[in-house]
Design a protein around this ligand. Structure first.
Ligand SMILES: Cc1cc2nc3c(=O)[nH]c(=O)nc-3n(C[C@H](O)[C@H](O)[C@H](O)COP(=O)(O)OP(=O)(O)OC[C@H]3O[C@@H](n4cnc5c(N)ncnc54)[C@H](O)[C@@H]3O)c2cc1C
Length: 493
């Protein structure tokens, strides 16, 4: 008899939902995590009297209790929905280009049309038509994902789905400010509108407008801890501060793992939540078709984040929305190109966690993060002795841009911590500290890649941002999906 039926490598979102699904299905499962807490990106840490949220800005996929969306149902299935306190955000975001544009978009279709019409008069019917297309492409995409016969799919889907967002916007609008106000979520996907496939963007906008953006009281760590609890309550076992250093095989079939303690664990099934390069390096021998696939992929973007505990309330500082995107201008391609440089930041996402409080700041204070995406290769030529000075100099540029809209923040900083792509690399173990896995352009979409379905080695399953789409909702769902697929295999064995 083997030590376990399954070993899950990594306790990120997908590792946790896979492990909990397996254990609750009666599979003897060991979860192994390098770090000392569950969550991967989905975690938080403490500085002074503040808790700092690491990654979660806006959670999609929850929906209201009477219109539950996929994640709420997933949490119910794992027995944790009633252990989580969901915090609803009432706006999608405020988007600002100083001196040019300042509009807040409510999190509902009609409110969004009204707000955009007020800011850009004369566009109402075009905005409504654009939203109608967003809905159509989303419904069609879901149908196609579920293998609907192509003759039952609206032909506009085949015309629009893979066109870049910028081209589709050009069909509807002339005003660059309006185009930016509608498309600023592109940063959540890491590709500029000139590259990002319309179907990926449409799905994101639809998810937030239809089912609202949410957060969690206790932040993403509350969710990660609840998922771990679901796993442990079902009899799962976990080892923290332990890395897997090899995936063992015999005649091309997985037989277990070797831990960094040297201990060998036998199991017929291994689920990896680690990056694909790490996973296949742990296997030693990479199947030729997998090697060919990996050779054509590009490591995606990481992040640069300034976490702040501020000695003033959200109201005092002028925050009216949880999320604000501030951009120097409307040139998104230039902004995307700047992610490989230390040029003064051109766009920053400002998250205030105390407009709709998640409980991370004491009364009268607030927790704010400033984030820009950045590729790790920007750091290649920074010498270790220059690291701290480089990161603080760059962080100043984030503060400068933020203060165009929220002046006075510098003066009330009580605690601050800055994370760079090198921080992400260190904590996650991923190449390039990539937070969404591979670059999420059209060639990486579900139409063209299917690492999750084709791991290439019997007994190996892949779950997480590197095997599919990055982000909270996609990875939580991926782990659950992979777990259920494996359960079926155990039942049929
Ligand atoms: C700063 C930041 C902001 C973000 N903002 C958002 C957002 O607003 N919305 C959104 O949807 N997404 C956001 N993301 C992205 C999102 O958090 C990630 O895409 C998602 O959480 C990745 O989940 P995952 O399942 O792929 O696992 P990961 O979180 O990547 O975790 C993988 C885990 O595997 C462990 N591991 C790796 N190798 C080994 C090994 N050999 N042995 C044992 N353990 C191992 C790691 O320690 C880690 O815990 C953000 C991410 C960051 C960092």
């Amino acid at each position: 008899m083997t030590d376990y039926d399954a070993v899950v490598i990594g306790a990120g979102n997908a590792g946790l939902t896979a492990a909990a699904t397996l254990a609750r299905g009666g599979v003897r499962t060991l979860l192994v995590e390098r770090h000392n807490v569950p969550g991967g990106c989905a975690t938080s840490f403490r500085r002074g009297r503040f808790e700092f949220e690491v990654a979660l800005h806006q959670l999609s996929g929850i929906g209201s209790p009477d219109q539950a969306f996929m994640l709420r149902r997933l949490f119910e299935g794992l027995g944790i929905a009633d252990k989580l306190e969901f915090v609803e955000e009432h706006d999608l975001y405020r988007v600002v280009v100083p001196g040019r544009l300042d509009v807040t978009i409510p999190a509902d279709w009609q409110g969004a049309v009204d707000a955009l019409e007020a800011a850009f008069p004369g566009n109402r019917s075009r905005i409504e038509d654009f939203f109608a297309l967003v809905k159509l492409i989303t419904f069609c995409q879901v149908a196609v994902m579920r293998n609907a016969p192509t003759d039952q799919v609206d032909p506009r889907y085949f015309h629009e789905a893979l066109r870049p967002v910028a081209e589709v916007l050009d069909d509807f609008f002339d005003d660059d400010g309006l185009k930016m106000a509608l498309s600023v979520y592109w940063t959540y996907l890491g590709q500029p509108p000139s590259v990002l496939p319309f179907q990926d963007f449409a799905l994101t906008l639809f998810a937030y407008l239809e089912f609202k953006p949410w957060h969690l009281r206790g932040g993403s760590q509350a969710m990660s801890s609840a998922l771990l609890g679901s796993f442990l309550d079902a009899g799962g076992e976990v080892r923290f501060n332990t890395g897997v250093e090899a995936i063992l095989t015999d005649e091309g079939r997985v037989t277990g793992v070797r831990l960094d303690t040297g201990e060998q664990i036998s199991a017929p099934e291994v689920v990896s939540n680690a990056s694909l390069p790490t996973t296949y390096a742990m296997l030693g021998e990479v199947p030729p078709e997998v090697a060919a696939d990996l050779g054509t992929r590009r490591v995606g973007v990481s992040g640069f984040v300034m976490h702040m505990g501020l000695d003033a309330s959200a109201v005092d500082l002028g925050f009216t929305t949880s999320t604000t995107f501030i951009n120097r201008d409307t040139d998104d391609d230039r902004t995307h190109a700047s992610w490989r440089t230390f040029d003064p930041v051109r766009g920053v996402a400002v998250s205030c966690y105390d407009v709709e409080p998640i409980g991370f700041a004491p009364s009268g204070a607030c927790h704010v993060t400033l984030m820009t995406l950045q590729y790790a290769d920007a750091w290649d030529d920074v010498a270790p002795q220059d690291y701290a000075a480089t990161k603080f100099a760059y962080a100043e540029t984030l503060l400068d841009l933020m203060e165009t809209t929220y002046p006075g923040v510098r003066a009330v900083i009580e605690e601050v911590d800055v994370a760079t792509p090198l921080t992400m690399t260190r904590y996650l173990g991923h190449p390039g500290g990539a937070i969404y896995g591979y670059d999420q352009d059209a060639t990486e979409g579900w139409l063209f890649r299917n690492s999750e379905r084709k791991p290439g080695v019997e007994g190996l399953s892949l779950a997480g941002s590197w095997a599919g789409m990055g982000g909270f909702q996609p990875t939580l769902e991926a782990g659950s999906r992979v777990g259920r697929r494996l359960l079926r295999r155990f039942v049929n064995a």
